[in-house]
Design a protein around this ligand. Structure first.
Ligand code: SF4
Ligand code: ZN
Length: 315
């Protein structure tokens, strides 16, 4: 197998694009893909202040690395869910990348802030662990932007994450998510920080190859609560389809984006307020997070630990 660009020995074959590439050309290909996605979908403006939510996994750490390499200076944020073994190890990987990039990372320790880990909180508020986690993450990601003056939050969701979520939304006809295009580009209405996913056209396999080729030290284990998640089943099914017809995932997602952009969505005309507890934008007097915490008597203090390499550069 020869590299399509230089004729050297190829290390990866990308059937969706009908090409094979050597290590160097694959790394450039992937970085270029991220750059083009940002430009084509106008994900980042010149004056944006960027912060990336990193989990310690291959996608978010690679994306943080790529963005800074491409000149999009992004700081990091990490949510420590207090999961034994897993959280401490992922935080280690995050700090390592923060040192390499010389960019600060804001760390939210759930245990310190709310006195409980994610499992205990989910039991207390009577939700599944992942549902409680999603709610808390959304809130904390916006809070770090509000508190530390960032206006764009970046996540490392890749093509496989987005197509499996799209499949789930289609199977259950979750209309509230389907027509908003927000699943991928997440256009929030004012007030809340913009959320972008620059890897939405890069597959899981490509990201794993990129991380290995660039020597990115990431946590291999998945969160223990992801075991049995429906999204994993959808990913498996989509991979089987992709194996049979390379390029299907890309077409599925691009087609969806085109379709969703032509679909008119009813705007919520209810006026925006600010939460009387925490100042977070909401359409009622208290934000969802504060309402749930109050209802179940969970008290806490939302603070971020700032970790930074001493030779940090700013910009
Ligand atoms: Fe949170 Fe883990 Fe569930 Fe993901 S799998 S939503 S990180 S608890
Ligand atoms: Zn609030």
């Amino acid at each position: 197998m020869k590299c399509k660009v230089c004729g050297g020995k190829a290390v990866i074959s990308l059937r969706a694009y009908n090409i094979a590439l050597c290590a160097n050309d694959f790394v450039s290909f992937l970085e270029n893909r991220v750059f083009k996605t940002i430009k084509k979908y106008r994900l980042i403006d010149d004056n944006d202040k960027l912060i990336i939510a990193v989990s310690g996994g291959k996608d978010s750490l690679s994306l943080w690395y790529i963005l800074n390499k491409l000149g999009f200076n992004a700081d990091g944020m990490y949510i420590d869910l207090g999961i034994e073994g897993y959280s401490a190890l992922s935080l280690e990987k995050v700090k390592k990348m923060s040192d390499i990039l010389k960019r600060p990372v804001y760390i939210f320790h759930l245990n310190n802030a709310l006195g409980k880990d994610i499992e205990a909180i989910s039991k207390k508020i009577k939700r599944t662990t992942c549902s409680a986690c999603g709610m808390i993450k959304r809130y904390i990601m916006n809070r770090v932007c509000l508190d530390k003056n960032y206006n764009v939050i970046i996540t490392g969701h890749n093509l496989d994450d987005e197509t499996s979520a799209l499949m789930g939304n289609l199977l259950y006809w979750k209309e509230e998510y389907l027509w908003k295009k927000g699943m991928v580009l997440n256009e929030e209405e004012g007030h809340l920080s913009k959320k972008i996913k620059p890897l939405f056209l890069c597959s899981e396999r490509e990201m794993a190859a990129y991380a290995v080729l660039c020597g990115i030290d990431y946590i291999y284990d998945e969160c223990p609560f992801s075991i049995g998640a429906k999204s994993l089943i959808y990913k498996e099914i989509l991979n089987r389809i992709e194996d049979n017809s390379p390029g299907t995932k890309l077409q599925f997602l691009k087609g969806y984006l085109k379709f969703a952009s032509q679909t008119k969505v009813e705007k919520n005309h209810k006026e925006m307020n600010y939460c009387i507890n925490c100042g977070y934008p909401t359409r009622s007097d208290k934000c969802n997070f504060c309402r749930i915490m109050d209802k179940y008597g969970i008290k806490g203090n939302i603070v971020f630990e700032e970790y930074r390499n001493t030779d940090e550069v700013s910009g």
